[in-house]
Design a protein. Structure first.
Length: 103
């Protein structure tokens, strides 16, 4: 599964393994400009466990007191493991795939 946030952020609210590619590419306009991020949800998860991939507009290499960043949201780090099944160049693997677009 690939989950794409066209605007805003993706909130991760579980310590369980996420088998998906998470994309938050909403563009910011420069440093500290509110681009798409992967953030911890209301449950306060501090460690991520993703088997797929993560693509975000900004990870956060700046003052986190202004607003949370992907790096500050997960102070215990975690795992992001690449899943080859998300490579669409693998011939024949995706002939039965479907799309769902929610707006």
């Amino acid at each position: 599964m690939t989950i794409i946030a066209l605007e805003g952020n993706i909130q991760l609210d579980t310590r369980d393994e996420i088998d998906a590619y998470l994309v938050a590419f909403f563009p910011g306009t420069g440093a500290m400009a509110q681009g798409g991020r992967l953030l911890s949800g209301p449950a306060g998860v501090t460690k991520m466990n993703v088997f797929g991939g993560v693509a975000v507009w900004e990870m956060g290499l700046y003052d986190t007191e202004v607003r949370p960043t992907t790096m500050s949201a997960f102070p215990d780090g975690g795992l992001i493991r690449y899943n080859i099944r998300f490579n669409h160049d693998q011939g024949g693997l995706y002939k039965w795939s479907r799309q769902l677009v929610v707006s």
